[in-house]
Design a protein around this ligand. Sequence first.
Ligand code: ADP
Ligand code: MG
Length: 617
Amino acid sequence: MSTTSPQIETHAFQAEIKQLLDIVIHSLYTDREIFVRELISNASDALEKFRHETLTNPELPGKDDALAVTLDFDAEAKSVTFRDNGIGMTREELSQNLGTIASSGTRRYLAQALQAAKGDVNLIGQFGVGFYSAFMVAKKVVVETRSFHADSQGWRWESAGDGSYTIAPAEGLERGTRITLELKDDAQEFASDWQLKQIIRKFSSFVPFPVHLKDEKINTVQAIWKRSRTEVTDEEYDEFFKFIANESESARYRLHFSADAPLAINALLFVPNDHMERLGFGRIDPGVDLYCKKILIQKHPENLLPDWMRFVKGVVDSDDLPLNISRETMQDSALIRKLGKVIVTRFIKHLAEEAKSDAEKYESFFAKFGHFIKEGVASDYSHREDLAKLLRFETSKTEAGKVTSLADYIARMPETQKAIYYINGPSREAIEAGPYVEALRDRDFEVIYNLEQIDDFVFDNLGEFEGKKLLSADRGDLDLPPLDKKQENELSKEAMEALSGWLKAHYGDRVAAVRGSTRLTDNPAIATSDNTMTATMQRLMSAMKQDMGGVGKMTLEINPGHGLIRQIETLRTSNEAFAKEVADQLLDNALLAAGLLSDPRAMVARLNKLLAKAAGA
Ligand code: ADP
Ligand code: MG
């Protein structure tokens, strides 16, 4: 390294970025124009950040500058440049931001997702790697930047997208960033006035700063959330949603409202058509921006809305916020909490109205976003009741695939039914074939089918709905009204007591108790639980590898009218060894139906032995 030449450092891109660049350069050929959107959006973000700095630091040099994004092109040299007088980047920021992807989750899914999406370039923006879209059209990208900090110096970043980039000091730069794209041979059409103008118009109507092409201002800056509902067209809403959410599909629901009390609020919220979490891409980030008088306070703040609302995209603007509120004060600001509360309440009300006015549309929303609502019921204590009304479930009285609300369930309850019953299982068929719904079916009590593990957790948290207890059908203490019909040939009370005692002595610690059941008709026995540690909760715990410390021991309830039970009662005196084998199998079968048989190997060996006997071997 000589002392006279500028100090040029060469760095390799992070492996995932190399992969990404490979896909961007070699397989994305459609919609290449989105690089304009991505680079303008980055410039706009940089301007927002600078504006935020000026709000919190009135001494900042350049605080009165007119902030703008300016595009330029050189038809001869076949290049396009993007310039902003925003926050700029330091040396460290440069290599951090344009060379690595911080989130390991994003890293993991990125290449995979881009492959799967067959070149859906929109994903690039959603994954927070929009900058690299420049390489769809450029054979070389140069970034010249100087950070807003008073004493910072300028830097030049350069890459041909081939695995490495260079960074060197650069003289004579103003605050902000200039990005120059040297166009590929097959992308030279972008170095033209009408092309760029058209693309800027298409993508930049909602950029909150002026966008110029050479000396001409192309966009009109507008804050549509501040306008009256009647003035905004569906097309404008749609475009705005696609802009802020980086989406190509239209939104499902839209809520645009304003309020004056208790706070001055203008909010425009959207529920997208789908979300990445459902596709297994890890937890999504919040998607609502916070503004004060059209000025961005914070993009996607974490603490404005509860976690479960992270699927919502949009803008919240409140005149009552202090403009210079810092992220730290936002953390524990009573104002922010109050603001959030108004919005959550209004949003839940909106969903309830949507559910009422178009049930089918709501069900399709719930099928994709129900998880968030459930999460809300389990975690958002102050909105629990209202969120619970938004839940939908299959039940023993709905057709397969159709759902009902808890309110409608209650409306259908017969006089004698006091509680709401539910049971968890992997499928409708599995639940209906199992022993738990039998007693409820016999009494014409509807049973909610919890087909996801989280459902039981949600119900357990909810406890009751409109004064009715929520009870899992695998509890031993269901306290059902007696049926009129008595089974034929029931074992006597005395015989049942003797048999139960004998079984308990044989099972020992494997069960909490053995007792006669009044709830069974078709099944010989059932495993129930005497506390809230129902079978499903236990399955959940063991799936999470939690030690149950013995709390979860099940009670075996046996059916006095079932042939097998009568047979064991006889066998235990005539052939005790054999009776014990049958009894073991009886218990394992009941645990199996409860999903609690952890090791079926011993059971299978025994079953084969019993089969051989039955077959007369
Ligand atoms: P995202 O914008 O989603 O963060 P990008 O790949 O588009 O992802 O940009 C990566 C990062 O590079 C940005 O987060 C920002 O920190 C930095 N950056 C990009 N363009 C600029 C710019 N014009 N001015 C300042 N920083 C920028
Ligand atoms: Mg970006």
